[in-house]
Design a protein. Structure first.
Length: 393
């Protein structure tokens, strides 16, 4: 089969080529008769600058803290990780496309009678196909097409208003939970500060201490002085001679100083604690106590720092909860359309013409092949002659 022979066969049946024009006209008329649909759209912007109630800062501080608060820090980290998954726009999209808002809209505008569906799930599926809700670069649009232009406007406006109320309630509820959680954390921190403070007070009273670090410095100064005097006595004894009376007196003083030195520097008994009559402490004993004291003081300072942050965040979150600023801005309100969106008469006509043209060509091809009128390739001169003959028919 050649294309030229098919062209000749089609031209010889050129009346059939009028069918696509007729079909296009019929489709145009059908589109003209069909009831028009009107579209209305509302566009809003969500204020995503809402604070997380200070939980993010508090969580990061507490998560990096000591082991004494690792559990509390971990719980805050988990809370923030879960809340960070949903941004303000994501939350609003979940609300506006949620089952509750969509069912309320269906009931308000009696769409169940329009869709003729009894099951709620079937109603939701049908309505979900017709309502269009999109998030485009932070701008959320909600559009709907209906035969009644006023219904289209009222429907999208009602749906967004319902979503706005639910969204604001969720925001207020979230802030309330944040305040309650921060206040609980504040109380826990205050209890921890109180417990550590009481432990340190008991530690000082139990060990007859006033200021361990200052007492340790005083002890080290005394040890250095004792060591210097002992060395001086030893040198004087050698110069005086062992049998000299003055040397014997010096030896007694040196022995006394060495005993005092051992009390402050040497080993200590299991139940040792400093005397209430002196500020000096055994240096070996004091070293183990200083390590314990520093650890507890570091935890106390950390708790106090976090408590300060928490107290500030409680006030900030409480103030934010009491504010009544709108979190939703309407960029474009719903409107009454003055021109239909469908059916498009031109599209219907073009579609009818294209489909019918393909159908006619397929019919001509099959009929030509079956009848044997579509011949093989021939020369150019013969082609022109046959074209003239085909046009004359």
């Amino acid at each position: 089969m050649s294309y030229f022979s098919f062209l000749l066969y089609a031209l010889s049946h050129k009346k059939l080529l009028l069918v696509p024009l007729i079909v296009a006209g019929i489709c145009f008329g059908i589109a003209w008769i069909l009831p028009p649909y009107y579209k209305s759209e509302i566009r809003i912007q969500i204020d995503s600058s809402q604070s997380d109630g200070g939980l993010g800062l508090l969580s990061s501080v507490m998560s990096g803290g000591k082991r004494g608060i690792s559990g509390l820090g971990g719980s805050l980290s988990s809370l923030m990780a879960s809340s960070a998954d949903l941004t303000a726009r994501d939350l609003y999209m979940e609300v506006v496309t949620g089952r509750d808002v969509m069912l309320e809209t269906i009931q308000e505008f009696r769409l169940d009678t329009l869709y003729k569906k009894k099951s709620k799930d079937l109603l939701l599926k049908r309505f979900d196909k017709e309502i269009k809700i999109e998030d485009e670069d932070g701008i959320i649009s909600c559009s709907f097409e209906a035969k009644d232009k006023y219904m289209a406007r009222d429907l999208v406006r009602f749906m967004v208003n319902q979503a706005n109320e639910k969204y604001k309630d969720l925001q207020k509820q979230g802030l309330r939970y944040s305040v309650e959680y921060l206040q609980k954390s504040q109380r826990d921190l205050m209890d921890s500060v109180k417990n550590i403070s009481e432990e340190l007070v008991k530690f000082y009273r139990r060990n007859n201490l006033v200021d361990l670090e200052s007492q340790m410095k005083l002890t080290m100064t005394a040890l250095a002085a004792y060591e210097g005097q002992i060395n001086n006595f030893m040198l004087t004894e050698k110069s005086e001679g062992e049998r000299n009376a003055s040397a014997a007196e010096l030896r007694k003083r040196r022995n006394l100083l060495e005993q005092k030195f051992k009390e402050l520097r040497g080993s200590y008994s299991k139940g040792y604690k400093p005397s209430e009559k002196t500020l000096y402490v055994n240096s070996n004993w004091a070293m183990s106590k200083i390590l314990y004291q520093k650890q507890r003081q570091a935890e106390l300072e950390m708790y106090l720092s976090i408590l300060e942050i928490t107290s500030a965040q409680v006030m900030m979150t409480e103030a934010e909860r009491l504010k009544s600023q709108p979190a939703i801005q309407i960029i474009q309100d719903a409107y009454v359309a003055d021109w239909k969106t469908r059916p498009k008469r031109g599209i219907w006509a073009a579609a009818g013409f294209g489909i019918s043209l393909v159908a006619v060509l397929m019919y001509l091809l099959l009929s030509g092949l079956l009848s044997g009128e579509i011949e093989n390739q021939i020369g150019l001169k013969e082609k022109l002659e046959q074209i003239k003959i085909a046009l004359r028919k």
